[in-house]
Design a protein around this ligand. Structure first.
Ligand SMILES: Nc1nc2c(ncn2[C@@H]2O[C@H](COP(=O)(O)OP(=O)(O)OP(=O)(O)O)[C@@H](O)[C@H]2O)c(=O)[nH]1
Ligand SMILES: [Mg+2]
Length: 613
């Protein structure tokens, strides 16, 4: 059955026959530059493709072997998950064979095949020795068990076997993810007359389709639209991984982008300049130079390494890149150009190290971290993390899974259990203290509560208050049942209630309230508790007063005057006017002109107002 297309990168010492092999397999010229062909030396990446016996299409990224172009080599190998490791039978293992092996190991590449070239130049003994040497040298890498094929591009020996073996290797690969966020490391960007800007790269995950709106992350993010797609020389409506892609983009000129820039799904990646990493291969971090070159994808960025120990370090990049947990980096010494080793990203959003002891604590956390990142550790460190942020950091692997034990999910936030508990205790203590200090208090305002707990999102307060056994109402958090507790003001309010029950519209004068020691705060508390109704100008009545008033007013000939209302209610203008305005506001009475109102019939005949008592 025909499989999905794939991409294979070459690797191997200079002049060992990589480009010749690609040429023999594809009939295409991987050395694109005249200078390369003149010198018989690959300088930059070359691209070619062919169809394998299974009808699967395969594209090659041909890399240079010369040590001066190791940067270009890494840009070719970085995004390609399968490698064709070339060693010439006559020369055997050479220095750049070692460099490229170190790159394969650093990147954690585990799929590929070994090709011994120039078989026509040696006898069987030399061939066997070279093969044995290769096995020894690759023993520590993901290619330790890779199949080996012996070929000669001159007489065609082994090429059919190579095609079949490549087919077999590709058929065994796990299917790459076609959904999810896109991250395409750019290897070339150029202008085609009539078409505009074209950007190329190896698509390793995600799907790209005509019309997609994406961002190119270079010196700054630039929005672009996919105007056309090509792969292996043909146009496509959409492309899936793993494939070589050439994208014609709207919104971009070729001089704005180059190798090492990245095409991404907008806002789907954390773009970071600080990373905590674990050593994957190579020298201990404590032996590494402070300043080094970091290769990831097609990018090569100067960086600073600050080791926590031999295996863990904080890496600061000169340029921010879209990186996530699990990404592999190649570290190089800018002076000697040597590959120092490989590192794996453990945290793409690490905490600042400010205080004494921060490094030690960080090392302990990193040491305990799983290589895929640890969502529990991440949530524990921050107390609460938005689910979206966890997804961005690569800790949730696409759709959010069930949270691990010890994490509480609230309104899209993952909250560490102990933190959630600490918040509850803190809030409960604060609210209790407030009620003790001030029994008339309406409670702690939500804003103050959010500040007190330093909640990352106010929507979290709801769950914290509820779980703490507190009540939220009217913008405050309070102890349940605290509404009715008027504390020392209770007796005075009761006295006021008694008086108003006898004469419902004879509101107490200011002096009366002073005598009862009912100030603004006490009255506000009594009102919150549903014990009294406050109208404007300091008029205090029972909550039942409006309904009682309606019963009397409905008996008057309609419309009625303020004076008639005052008389039927047995009160003064000081009370009658605020009360009538209150009834107007409720829609129970309607003001017709300066002197007249009428009862709104619907209100009396319908559900409102209640008969009153
Ligand atoms: N006899 C013989 N010569 C070969 C074979 N394959 C390649 N060569 C020769 O080896 C030389 C180098 O080949 P290239 O394909 O350019 O080597 P390369 O690995 O691409 O070199 P760089 O890209 O510069 O690292 C050329 O002169 C080729 O003709 C082979 O199988 N047999
Ligand atoms: Mg070459």
């Amino acid at each position: 059955m025909q499989g999905a297309p794939h991409v294979v990168a070459t690797a191997g010492h200079v002049d060992h026959g990589k480009s010749t092999l690609v040429r023999a397999l594809t009939g295409m010229e991987p050395d694109r530059w005249a200078e390369e062909r003149r010198r018989g030396l690959t300088i930059d990446l070359g691209f070619a493709w062919t169809t394998l016996p299974s009808a699967r299409e395969v594209a090659f990224v041909d890399v240079p072997g010369h040590e001066r172009f190791l940067g270009n080599m890494l840009a070719g190998l970085g995004p390609a998950p399968v490698v064709c490791f070339v060693v010439a039978a006559d020369e055997g293992w050479r220095p750049q064979s070692s460099d490229h092996r170190d790159a394969v190991a650093a990147l954690g590449i585990e799929r590929g095949l070994i090709v011994v070239t120039k078989a026509d130049r040696v006898g069987p003994d030399r061939l066997a020795a070279t093969l044995a040497q290769i096995r020894v040298e690759l023993a520590g890498t993901g290619l330790r068990d890779a199949p080996a094929v012996v070929v000669s591009a001159v007489d065609g020996t082994g090429l059919a076997d190579l095609r079949a073996t490549l087919d077999d290797v590709l058929a065994r690969l796990p299917a790459p993810p076609t959904t999810g966020r896109l991250r395409l490391w750019v290897d070339r960007c150029f202008t085609i007359t009539g078409a505009g800007t074209v950007l190329t790269g190896t698509l390793a995950a995600g799907t790209i389709a005509h019309g997609d709106r994406l961002h190119v992350l270079g010196d700054r993010p630039r929005p672009v639209t996919v105007r056309g797609l090509q792969s292996r020389g043909r146009p496509h409506e959409s492309l899936t991984p793993v494939d070589r892609v050439a994208l014609n983009l709207r919104g971009l000129s070729a001089d704005q982008v180059g190798r090492g820039d990245v095409l991404v799904t907008p806002d789907a990646w954390p773009v970071t300049g600080a990373l905590d990493v674990r050593r994957a291969t190579g020298d201990p971090f404590t032996d590494a130079p402070e300043h080094l070159t970091v290769h990831v994808g097609t990018a090569a960025v100067p960086g600073r390494l600050r080791p926590f120990d031999d295996d863990h370090a904080r890496l600061t990049l000169d340029r921010r890149l879209p990186l996530v947990v699990g990404d592999r980096l190649v570290l190089r010494n800018p002076g000697s150009r040597r590959i120092l080793g490989g590192a794996q990203v453990l945290d793409a959003d690490p905490p600042a190290l400010r205080r004494r002891g921060d490094s030690g604590r960080r090392l302990a956390a990193l040491t305990a971290m799983r290589p895929t990142g640890d969502v529990l550790v991440e949530v524990a460190r921050r107390g609460a993390v938005a689910e979206r942020q966890l997804q961005l950091l690569g800790l949730l692997d696409g759709a959010a899974g069930a949270p691990p034990e010890g994490i509480r999910v609230v309104h899209g936030w993952w909250v560490h259990g102990p933190v959630h508990q600490a918040w509850q205790q803190r809030l409960h203590a604060a609210v209790t203290a407030l009620h003790e200090r001030d029994p008339l208090s309406a409670g702690l305002s939500c804003g103050a509560a959010v500040d007190l707990l330093v909640l990352p999102d106010p929507t979290l307060l709801d769950a914290v208050a509820r779980d703490a056994g507190l009540e939220m109402a009217a913008g405050s958090v309070r102890l349940p049942g605290s509404r009715a507790d008027l504390g020392p003001a209770e007796a005075a309010v009761a006295e006021l209630e008694t008086r108003l029950r006898t004469a419902p519209f004879r509101a107490p004068e200011a002096d009366d309230l002073t005598a009862l020691a009912l100030g603004v705060r006490e009255l506000a508390a009594a009102e919150r508790a549903g014990r009294i109704l406050r109208l404007r100008d300091g008029v205090v009545l029972l909550p039942s007063a409006p309904a009682l008033a309606m019963r009397e007013l409905a008996r008057l000939p309609q419309p009625f005057t303020t004076s008639q209302a005052r008389q039927v209610l047995g009160t003064t203008r000081r009370v009658a006017i605020p009360l009538l305005e209150h009834l107007d506001a409720r829609g129970w009475t309607r003001r017709l002109d300066a002197g007249h109102r009428e009862v709104v019939r619907r209100a009396v005949d319908g559900r409102q107002p209640p008969a009153g008592s």
